[in-house]
Design a protein. Structure first.
Length: 255
């Protein structure tokens, strides 16, 4: 039996010190999530949750029977237009997504089997950008990645957003450093409410209550993109608004 508390302490210290990501081959998927619980307990309040690998190809690549899931720390949630210090990260990347802002709590005492049942718990849907720092990770060992919260190092939330009845298949445009990464309708890797339902079922099955105001990130619309100093990223979703961030060489927010 691997030492789950020891692995959690190691992962927590590595992120704090910006040390390279390590693999833990003794972990299976269930143990990876158990370590994630322990890492998060050491790291601070949770502000949201993210889905990962929610496409057939990525699940196959990572040998997962279902998508991945991870926590987002409250301290790592930022407002539209945030500027990030590239020197504070080893390997900074981004994913443009639609985020759910919860308007009501979601408790473990309900099965939440139907995605549409969750609409009434939504305050609004907004465009958002997830930041990740792979810190040199090379292996595709899913349990190790899950244990470390799937490389998440922050999100940026835009707006103004739209309420529970928003069209979540409307046109999405994403640009980075002048390059168009996405310019099409219906670009989510799966229906947003299905992604939300997966996260809800996963975390409530672990006894977690999701609180009003917390954020659910529902999957990238344009893959994963490395970021360099000077890059500006903008995501615009018809009916939801826009979100942007900028990367600087020194100055700005640090992970």
């Amino acid at each position: 039996m691997p030492d789950l508390d020891g692995i959690a302490a190691d992962i927590h210290a590595a992120r704090r010190d910006q040390s390279p990501v390590r693999g833990y081959p003794a972990l299976d998927i269930a143990a990876g999530f158990d370590v994630q619980d322990r890492v998060t307990a050491r790291s601070g309040p949770v502000g949201g949750y993210k889905i990962a690998w929610n496409s057939a190809k990525l699940m196959a690549d990572y040998r997962m029977p279902h998508p991945g899931a991870a926590r987002i720390l409250a301290a790592d949630i930022h407002e539209d237009g945030a500027v990030f210090d590239r020197t504070a990260y080893r390997e900074l990347l981004m994913e443009p997504e639609i985020a759910v802002i919860l308007g009501q709590p979601i408790t473990p005492d309900h099965p939440w089997d139907c995605a549409d049942d969750l609409r009434e718990r939504v305050a609004r849907f907004v465009p958002a950008i997830e930041l990740l720092d792979r810190r040199g990770a090379q292996e595709l060992h899913a349990p190790s990645i899950l244990a470390g919260n799937v490389f998440n190092c922050g999100i940026v939330l835009g707006g103004p957003g739209a309420g529970p009845d928003a069209d979540l298949t409307s046109h999405c445009t994403v640009t980075c450093a002048g390059r168009v990464l996405c310019d099409a309708p219906d670009t989510a890797p799966q229906p947003v409410l299905e992604a939300m339902a997966f996260l809800v079922r996963h975390y409530t099955s672990r006894g977690v209550t999701l609180h009003a105001g917390q954020v659910l990130m529902c999957g990238t619309h344009a893959g994963i993109t490395p970021l360099a100093p000077g890059d500006e990223v903008t995501m615009t979703v018809t009916g939801l608004g826009s979100v942007s961030l900028r990367v600087a060489e020194g100055g700005g927010l640090r992970g």
